[in-house]
Design a protein around this ligand. Structure first.
Ligand SMILES: O=P(O)(O)OC[C@H]1O[C@](O)(COP(=O)(O)O)[C@@H](O)[C@@H]1O
Ligand SMILES: [Mg+2]
Ligand SMILES: [Mg+2]
Length: 341
């Protein structure tokens, strides 16, 4: 360890990146800094969760029928307030809001970007002090500047993302984000309250040996999924199987491990959930964009996640995401069982 190492803050890093492109206005970088500010505020509450009145249920359900936790609401309001007060965001869409929200002021009417987010991912982990996160996705508007943003701005496919990422509130707090230039990770340095570059140019290992899935749902999976899981659990000395199984139940945490150590994270369709559980626009797409920028793969089981044209804000899609070897293998099992059927 070298305590003298020069720290590069997220602000410095984004400014340096902007300078590489003379035509860049710096608005996207400013937006990333706004999101980092909101996540620092959320982090403060997460850190003292048992001491302040932030644990437990809020007492209402969201548009998807899910029970909202107090921290879901706090994180949502914090992100909305910070982005509303910034000058780069025309509007937002969130897991916790029925519909998108356009910011109604002339500054925002002229802003180029919209942001979609899952303010607090892994809500079932809040009360047990396990890792949780925030997921965000940034698109350039397709609607006319000078006017309020429109629904179409929020229904763009993932292949049009400008930037996306997540914050993980874990044993340390990290912000990881991707642009077309690559993926970088920043750890929150508590003594200065700044995210500092700790994981430059992140790449997902091409070969992974960890599979991550809610195995309690196995009975409900189709034959292709069941036989892929058997493949993961079978011994095979040459291939180093059986693989290890890890499942935290927060997409952000399962994804972060998959990105760093390699492997596959899956939330497939099952008998009761034909489209899986995870939401395309603020869970699957941002993670798929990031994973592909890190050299990995992300699929619905049939197509690249990023190529799905969204039709509804809260639509769900199955997801297979991670190292090339395991995602390719999983897809071959899914395809083989469909050919037989
Ligand atoms: O409990 P399950 O069915 O395994 O689902 C876990 C998944 O649900 C989620 O918690 C859904 O996210 P929210 O907490 O934002 O609703 C994911 O983070 C996670 O991957
Ligand atoms: Mg979530
Ligand atoms: Mg959530």
């Amino acid at each position: 360890m070298n305590p003298q190492r020069k720290l590069i803050t997220l602000d410095e890093f984004t400014i340096q990146e902007t300078r590489r492109f003379p035509q860049a206005t710096g608005e996207l970088s400013a937006l990333l800094r706004d999101i980092s500010l909101a996540s620092k505020m959320i982090n403060k509450q997460v850190n003292k969760a048992g001491l302040v009145d932030i644990l437990g249920k809020h007492g209402a359900t969201n548009v998807q029928g899910e029970e909202q936790m107090k921290l879901d609401i706090y994180a949502n309001e914090t992100l909305i307030n910070v982005l509303k007060n910034s000058s780069e965001c025309a509007g937002i869409a969130s897991e916790e809001n029925d519909d998108h929200v356009c910011f109604e002021d002339t500054f925002s009417f002229n802003s180029k970007y919209v942001v979609l987010f899952d303010p607090l991912d892994g809500s079932s982990n809040i009360d047990v002090n396990a890792p949780i996160g925030t997921i965000f996705a940034i698109y350039r508007r397709v609607s006319e500047l000078g006017k309020p943003c429109t629904k179409e701005d929020f229904l763009q496919p993932g292949n049009r993302l400008m930037a996306a990422g997540y914050v993980i509130y874990g044993s340390s707090t990290m912000m990881v984000y991707a642009t077309k230039l690559g993926v970088n990770g920043f750890t929150l340095e508590p003594s200065i309250g700044e995210f500092c570059l700790s994981h430059p140019n992140m790449k997902c290992p091409e070969v992974g040996k960890i599979y991550s899935i809610n195995q309690g749902n196995t009975e409900k999976y189709d034959d292709g999924m069941k036989s892929f899981l058997n493949h993961c659990m079978e011994s095979n000395k040459e291939e180093g199987r059986p693989y290890s199984h890890r499942y935290i139940g927060s997409m952000v945490a399962d994804m972060h491990r998959t990105l760093i150590k390699g492997g596959i994270f899956m939330y497939p369709a099952d008998k009761s959930n034909k489209n899986g559980k995870l939401r395309l626009q603020y869970e699957c797409n941002p993670m798929a964009f990031l994973m592909e920028a890190a050299g990995g793969l992300a699929s619905t089981g049939h197509v690249d996640i990023l190529d799905v044209q969204p039709t509804e804000l809260h639509q769900r899609e199955p997801i297979f995401i991670g190292s090339k070897n395991l995602v390719t293998k999983a897809l071959s099992y899914v395809a083989a069982s469909e050919t037989v059927a």
